[in-house]
Design a binder for this molecule. Structure first.
Ligand SMILES: [Zn+2]
Length: 86
């Protein structure tokens, strides 16, 4: 999926409305329209990343420092390597 057709990029670009609760230079946070809990937020990186498997070491500060790594998600190999390299 390209940035042009990516739902999240289209929300960030204002083509599709979103209920924004936070925005900064690296990410936006919106309320999920299909919330599975009383508070269900989506943190979306401004830079299009095709999938978590495509996240690279350069994205590690974003995922781990900014957002925290969701415990239920397996860490992509590149990020696991970066996180355990020190
Ligand atoms: Zn995107």
């Amino acid at each position: 999926m390209s940035e042009v057709s990516c739902l999240f990029c289209r929300i960030i670009n204002g083509e599709i409305p979103g209920d924004f609760v936070h925005q900064d230079e690296r990410s936006v946070v919106i309320r999920d329209i299909n919330a599975q809990a009383p508070t269900h937020l989506l943190v979306i990186p401004r830079e299009h990343i095709e999938s978590l498997d495509d996240a690279s070491q350069k994205d590690e500060p974003y995922w781990v420092t900014c957002c925290g790594w969701p415990r239920a998600w397996p860490m992509p190999p590149a990020l696991l390597k970066a996180a355990t390299a020190q």
